[in-house]
Write a protein that binds this ligand. Sequence first.
Ligand SMILES: [Zn+2]
Length: 89
Amino acid sequence: MSSKSYPRVGRTSRQQKWDKLPPKAAPKCSACDQPARFRVDVEVNWFRGDDECGRACADHKNDAIALLAGIERHQAEQKALREAKAAQS
Ligand SMILES: [Zn+2]
């Protein structure tokens, strides 16, 4: 696999403070429902300003495609929520 293919996982940092949170407050993995353990930057192209910030469990911390799909799904849900709220007011 080429090192220039995207998406790919960039900076990953273990978030030990998340381990101490109660399960309901702990952030979930962007790709699944497991508690997240890592903060992960997903690089989508060569512009670092476009990196997507995700959260990952141990199983997904190297899975850029699954994380990016989850991040995009979450962003779409947030956008739909905002639009639904705007339509009500
Ligand atoms: Zn996961």
